[in-house]
Ligand binder design. Structure first.
Ligand SMILES: Nc1ncnc2c1ncn2[C@@H]1O[C@H](COP(=O)(O)OP(=O)(O)OP(=O)(O)O)[C@@H](O)[C@H]1O
Length: 769
């Protein structure tokens, strides 16, 4: 270390010592506040009524008592809030104590201004004697943006009041662990490759980590965007789309703090395993997780009685190259528009209702309901029409009470009541029941009212709307609404598809495309108001969403700004309609407020793995790898399945560390591989549902569950010509290969898949048995 560098270390160490000193005092003060406020709260609670002036004999006395109780409660809440806030702040300081900051930027803002030294960390911390003197800046503070943007000298950053100009004179990476400055490194660039490389070389973890210290410039743009209604992040596998969006959530919560809660941000993720994988990132940054769910969960919680096609079934169906034109049509944005058009027409005619029953008899017939529904004038919209109908229906139910009271079943029930039961039931009578006649009337009314309550609830919950029939009616009506020829279909083909859907539906089964249609129809026909609260919506692996689904989400969350993360090269479910995806988006969102950011650098895998994988794609040329080296991918060609298992078992026993995934095409294959490896004496864990947890060690996992995840070593099971015969599976092979961080081994029983013939033979090692 030269003298200059040694001096820099000394200066930084001295400053760190100072900051840690302040942190220690601040922690002590907070600890004190917590102790005192808790004690005060306890004291107030135990003496609550002693301290309240209780006077109840006069009206003034009662008023005074009320005021006194309220004051006492306010005091209690104040103390409670105080220690809760202090506890939260203390946690932040404890995090800073472990890692005070990770970067420094020296800059001047405005002519003749003094040089400012900005230290960037996970949270802000001000000097004890001067609240305006920030010793540490939160990485999300507007000024910190210049650290992540490239270059030095004059730069601008976006502050809430507009753009600000600064002159950046120094960018310094710092590695601080507890009380020690471990690394000081000046860089001219944005975030130097050195720390990034060091981070990426580490072994993977079953939980994703935050990347605040090494956010790259394009990622910074994604994180800090507040203007776009639609932000599309198209990026290669491993380019940090997911990482960036999680930091974006943290940024938004900071930027709009006080006005935005984690419950107003929703992330749609590819599967439950992925949710588990990313679950620690936000807590690590001191924020709570946003709402997280899969699209499947979003729908299935509303249709508990229907069995929706599973992720696996959907994947297997889509592997079939003969993908029905019908499904493509149903998945399109146009189909959503058709549905809207159909729902609009329901204002004039065509709503399907069910009879409202009471004790097995028709109380209000569907014809009667239809008549009521359509007798309101043209100005009613679907929502008002329904509400008005409901209140009419409730009135009718009430009118039935009088006649129902005279029915035999009522009389029989009352005659069978015991003395105690009668006493109990009449205890709530508002006026004394003088005669037996009065008592009888009271009981009969009560009985009938209670029995009608179920009917009332059904009305309130729209149970008289026959959604199942409406859904079938809609499918039948489609040929009248659109010329099937324009979407590459004809009447017999459509009819056949409808028959299959109806048959499955009657058996309680429904596909993922159909369930979206079913629920959208339910919402539209009933004029449901969408959710106005959600402010930001994120979709990971958005390339797997159909135009219909995106339109339905937009309809559901009309106030939310959308961020879509996708890699059109990894469209596992909808690959053939990938180009349609972007076209449909431009119809859903105003292009003027849409921004598209392309991430081309892949951070996950070594240069060797990235170079290899990108050649599997015709469009892969633009993907760059981050300069991290490793061994060449290996294609191991063996003669038989037995030899393949033997090879796999040997490999697993020798050189593996960290996480290893054996990725198979289907779940069925995963079962076989697990059983065979166990027969060879190797312990492995099978991931067969998305509800399992990821752990270290060796996992066997089908491709569709490995989406979005990463592992130190990846072994692809049997990517042979036989198993992956054509081009349509190239994207799947690409997705599987790009799960590997350090090492990739591909096993093939017999000739490897044709996908590999596109790859330069120098970029992998072919080992033949
Ligand atoms: N700026 C960064 N600093 C450090 N690590 C990063 C950075 N960007 C990405 N990474 C790491 O690269 C890996 C891949 O990132 P991520 O999973 O976000 O990529 P992705 O684009 O969502 O990938 P895929 O589409 O394949 O799911 C992760 O381990 C992530 O932590």
């Amino acid at each position: 270390m030269d003298q200059r560098t040694a001096n820099q270390y000394k200066i930084e160490q001295k400053r760190l010592d100072f900051v840690r000193g302040q942190l220690a005092v601040a922690q002590e003060q907070l600890g004190d506040t917590i102790k005192k406020s808790k004690a005060k709260q306890k004291d107030l609670e135990s003496n609550f009524y002693d301290d309240v002036r209780v006077k109840t004999s006069t009206y003034e006395g009662q008023m005074e008592t009320g005021v006194s109780v309220r004051q006492q409660q306010q005091l209690l809440t104040q103390h409670q809030n105080r220690w809760q806030t202090a506890t939260r702040d203390l946690k932040t300081l404890q995090r800073l104590e472990q890692n005070a900051y990770f970067a420094r930027v020296d800059l001047t803002e405005g002519k003749d201004a003094a040089l400012e030294k900005i230290y960037i960390g996970l949270a802000s911390f001000a000097a004890l004697d001067n609240a305006d003197n920030y010793l540490i800046y939160d990485w999300r503070a507007p000024i910190c943006s210049v650290y992540y943007d490239s270059g030095m000298g004059t730069m601008t950053y976006e502050a809430p009041m507009g753009s600000r100009k600064v002159n950046v004179q120094l960018k310094r990476e710092l590695q601080v662990v507890g009380s020690q400055v471990k690394l000081v490194f000046d860089t001219e660039e944005a975030v130097g490759d050195r720390v990034l490389l060091e981070n990426l070389q580490q072994q993977s973890n079953p939980k994703m980590k935050s990347i605040v210290a090494t956010i790259q410039q394009e990622q910074n743009t994604i994180i800090r965007d507040t203007k776009s209604e639609l932000l599309i992040v198209q990026g290669a596998a491993g380019s940090g789309k997911t990482a960036a969006v999680l930091q974006r959530v943290a940024f938004l919560l900071y930027r709009y703090r006080g006005n935005l809660t984690p419950g107003q941000l929703i992330l749609f993720s590819p599967n439950q395993l992925f949710n588990d994988y990313i679950s620690q990132v936000l807590p690590e940054l001191g924020e709570q997780n946003m709402v997280q769910m899969t699209y499947y969960q979003f729908l299935s919680r509303r249709v508990p009685r229907l069995t929706i096609e599973t992720l696996e079934a959907r994947f297997l169906n889509n592997l079939n190259p003969q993908r029905a034109a019908v499904t493509d049509f149903k998945n399109s944005l146009n189909f959503f528009k058709l549905l809207q058009q159909y729902a609009e027409q329901l204002n004039q005619a065509g709503m399907d209702f069910k009879n409202i029953l009471f004790r097995g008899q028709v109380l209000i017939s569907k014809e009667q309901i239809t008549e009521i529904y359509y007798h309101f004038n043209q100005n009613y919209n679907l929502h008002n029409r329904l509400e008005a109908t409901k209140s009419e229906l409730l009135k009718i139910v009430n009118r039935h009470i009088q006649s129902e009271m005279k029915k035999r079943w009522v009389d029989e029930k009352i005659q069978n009541f015991s003395r105690e039961e009668i006493e109990q039931l009449t205890a709530t009578a508002p006026t004394p029941l003088q005669t037996e006649q009065q008592q009888y009337q009271f009981l009969a009314r009560k009985l009938v009212r209670e029995t009608f309550q179920k009917v009332r609830n059904q009305i309130k919950r729209n149970r008289f709307f026959n959604i199942n029939q409406q859904f079938i009616d809609f499918l039948q009506a489609v040929p009248k609404l659109v010329s099937l020829a324009t979407v590459g279909l004809d009447a017999p083909r459509w009819q056949q598809a409808v028959t299959t859907t109806v048959r499955d539906f009657k058996a309680g089964k429904i596909s993922l495309s159909d369930v979206s249609i079913y629920l959208a129809l339910f919402d539209l026909a009933l004029g449901k108001h969408p959710d106005p609260q959600m402010r930001f919506l994120f979709i990971d692996e958005a390339q797997d969403y159909t135009g219909f689904q995106l339109a339905y989400l937009q309809w559901n969350f009309p106030r939310a700004k959308f961020t879509l993360l996708g890699d059109l090269n990894q469209a596992i479910f909808t690959h053939e309609s990938a180009p349609a995806w972007s076209r449909e988006l431009s119809q859903l969102f105003d292009p003027a407020t849409t921004r598209m950011i392309n991430l081309q650098k892949s951070y996950r895998s070594t240069t060797e793995i990235t170079n290899f994988s990108k050649q599997l794609l015709t469009t892969g040329a633009t993907i760059e790898s981050f300069a991290r080296r490793g061994p060449l991918p290996v294609i191991q060609q063996v003669k038989s399945a037995t030899a393949a298992y033997q090879f796999l078992a040997n490999e697993l026993q020798t050189k593996l560390q960290g996480t290893t995934a054996i990725i198979t095409k289907t779940l069925e294959e995963a079962h076989v591989v697990r059983d065979q490896l166990e027969a060879c004496g190797q312990t492995v864990r099978l991931i067969q549902t998305e509800n399992q947890r990821l752990t270290r060690g060796i996992l066997v996992i089908p491709a569709y569950l490995a989406k979005g995840l990463e592992f130190d070593q990846v072994m692809l099971w049997n990517v042979s010509q036989e198993n992956y015969p054509n081009q349509s599976t190239n994207e799947l092979v690409y997705t599987m290969c790009t799960r590997a961080m350090h090492q990739l081994t591909i096993i093939s029983v017999g000739t490897p898949a044709p996908a590999f013939s596109q790859v330069n033979p120098d970029d992998y090692q072919l080992v033949r048995e």
